[in-house]
Write a protein that binds this ligand. Structure first.
Ligand code: PLP
Length: 365
């Protein structure tokens, strides 16, 4: 085992997985559940797979404190990017448009897909401010006959996150939670549909977790091809066609791991402590590190900051890696650094990053 060679992985996505989960999958890989076959070799109609599939669904609802009578968990391929299109295809029309709060690049991409279909409207935007914060409740404007409000809960690239759930007065609320799904408890009942590409916080790339109110997804437009309708996935328990079984198996393991960690309240406490280590290193640096996000919009998942010069930023990335801190380079559209500290990043990883930041500042300020 080369565990000692593993680094602290701050990649934005695909991202770090809990070590316990990786080890468990490794141990089971050749012979899943005494079947004599690997999980990637068995039929998706086999009983052994069925158990994996349904346990993952049940554990996710339990973590979210949602009722299986009211909510359905679906597994859909095509990435969060396909959800950008499926949402307006299923719910918006030219006279009942989808409304979008623009808070970053992924929120814009979701809006762009609705626009291609001619069914998108802007409800709010912080683009003028370079997305340093998420829109405030008072800035979100919805028409009475809006089909939904779409928000991006955590803006992976800019490092901002909603710390409130927008009130929509009965208009369905839809959220892209790709980069903060299951990182904290929320009043998930307020959402009609939530989706998350799992490769940030929940598993390996290849599946999107969609959690939706059954009443919201039971009827899809019959003009849509089968695989683009939510109700295909709902009515067939996400087994209409071959599901990405390995991804779902891994997501199920992560859900079990989250339960063993004490659930979402415990994860939230831990995530706040982890993020505080890194933000304190920024705030205590006398301006050497400059955070991108305004304080009340700071993400607990992606910490974005700049250094005094691009040369120092390059040096920071290189020296961080020498210290086993990988993946800290920021997205090209924001520049600087981004430390992604999802659920699977241990506290020690953030401690080590904060120590490194303090040391680097003293040596280079
Ligand atoms: C990564 C990301 C996406 C894009 O996900 P894909 O699965 O690559 O399509 C969308 N939204 C958010 C918030 C993301 O972080």
């Amino acid at each position: 085992m080369l565990e000692a060679d593993r680094i602290y992985n701050f990649n934005p996505g695909p991202a770090a997985m809990p070590l316990e989960v990786l080890k468990e999958a490794q141990a089971e890989f050749l012979n899943f559940n005494k079947s004599g076959m690997s999980i990637v070799e068995i039929s998706h109609r086999a009983k052994a797979y069925d158990e994996v599939h349904n346990a993952a669904k049940a554990d996710i609802l339990e973590l979210m404190n949602l009722s299986a009578d009211e909510y359905e968990v679906m597994f859909i391929q095509g990435g969060a990017s396909l959800q950008f299109a499926m949402v307006p295809l299923n719910f918006a029309t030219a006279d009942k448009k989808g409304y979008y709060a623009l808070s970053g690049q992924f929120a814009e991409k979701a809006y762009d897909e609705a626009n291609i279909l001619g069914v998108g409207e802007v409800a709010a935007s912080t683009k003028e401010e370079k997305y340093v914060r998420v829109p405030r409740q008072s800035e979100i404007k919805l028409a009475d006959k809006a089909a939904y409000l779409h928000i991006c809960m955590n803006n992976t690239i800019f490092g901002t996150e909603y710390h409130y759930v927008p009130e929509t007065n009965g208009i369905p609320l839809i959220a892209d939670m790709s980069s903060d799904m299951l990182s904290r408890p929320l009043n998930f009942n307020k959402f009609s549909l939530i989706y998350a590409g799992v490769q940030k916080n929940l598993g390996p790339a290849g599946v999107v977790l969609v959690v939706a109110k059954k009443s919201f997804v039971e009827n899809s437009p019959t003009t849509l091809p089968t695989m683009l309708r939510y109700n295909t996935f709902y009515k067939k328990n996400s087994l209409y066609n071959t599901p990405p079984a390995f991804c779902i198996y891994m997501v199920g393991k992560v859900a079990k791991w989250l339960k063993s960690m004490g659930g979402l309240s415990k994860m939230h406490e831990l995530n706040k402590k982890k993020a505080a280590l890194v933000y304190d290193a920024i705030d205590g640096s006398n301006g050497f590190y400059r955070g991108h996000a305004e304080k009340d919009s700071r993400s607990l998942m992606n910490v974005t900051f700049r250094l005094p010069s691009e040369d120092l930023e390059k040096k920071f990335v290189a020296e961080a890696l020498e210290n086993k801190l990988g993946g800290v380079k920021g997205h090209r559209s924001v520049g600087g650094m981004r430390a992604s500290i999802y659920n699977a990043m241990p506290y020690e990883g953030c401690e080590r990053l904060a120590d490194f930041m303090n040391k680097f500042r003293k040596e280079n300020a």
